[in-house]
Ligand binder design. Structure first.
Ligand code: DC
Length: 221
């Protein structure tokens, strides 16, 4: 069973690359950010804010996340939240869950179980896959890109283009989320043994090829 761990900040293009790599290899795909988002959605929906209550929500939840790279569905306590978890409200409030260490510990356990049962391999992406969730994965990558590039990529994804107005709106969202995320996970520099892949000046197919190349190298070892 091969595990490919990909970390990086928001807007770097991790999800598209991870899904494409998974599809090309016939592997499963785990979007750990979607799990934090789903729990944040649940807490917002139930008006839960207190960290201890957040932990209880995580402990009692029935969280189903697809590991099919062609299907991004997430169902939480029977409610399909696939679309809702991408909302700006959820994006801005994920820290409600991701900043609570006990909630993280439980979600990390769930992630490890999913990774362990997915055959023949899995591409798992997030902020702490290479360092905490799967530090022994044979392929561990930190995807980076200059901030202006990440803003343009995210603006295009959210608004269909990177004109001045959407760029300005996206700039503050990305900077804000990076600052908050950096308090709980360290994904801005690569840990020992983790390969940094700077994607600022390379296009999508080239990034995918670079990841597949690292997988081939790991397999040849
Ligand atoms: O990858 P994303 O933007 O969908 O992640 C949503 C949020 O979840 C992000 O703000 C940080 C948090 N997250 C985390 O703390 N640890 C992870 N492994 C993945 C995401």
């Amino acid at each position: 069973m091969t595990v490919i761990g990909i970390d990086g900040p928001s807007g770097v293009g991790k999800s598209s690359v991870s899904r494409e790599v998974a599809q090309r290899l016939g592997y499963g795909y785990l979007d750990t950010g979607a799990m934090y988002r789903a729990m944040a959605w649940l807490c917002l929906n139930r008006g839960v804010e207190d960290p201890q209550d957040v932990v209880e929500q995580v402990r009692g939840v029935d969280l189903e996340i697809s590991t099919d790279p062609a299907d991004r569905s997430v169902v939480v306590d029977g409610v399909d939240v696939t679309e809702e978890i991408r909302s700006e409200e959820v994006s801005q409030n994920v820290q409600l869950v991701s900043a609570v260490p006990e909630a993280r510990a439980d979600l990390i356990e769930m992630q490890r179980r999913i990774i362990a049962r997915t055959t023949p391999g899995i591409v798992a992406e997030g902020r702490d896959i290479t360092t905490v969730v799967a530090p022994d994965a044979p392929v561990r990558i930190l995807m980076t890109a200059r901030e202006d590039v990440r803003i343009a990529r995210r603006a295009t994804e959210l608004h269909g283009g990177a004109d001045a107005q959407s760029t300005a709106a996206t700039r503050s969202q990305i900077a804000d989320r990076d600052a908050k995320d950096s308090k709980t996970t360290s994904f801005l520099s690569a840990a020992d043994g983790v390969t940094t892949l700077d994607t600022s000046d390379i296009d999508f197919p080239t990034v995918v090829e670079a990841v597949l190349d690292l997988v081939r190298k790991a397999e040849a070892k």
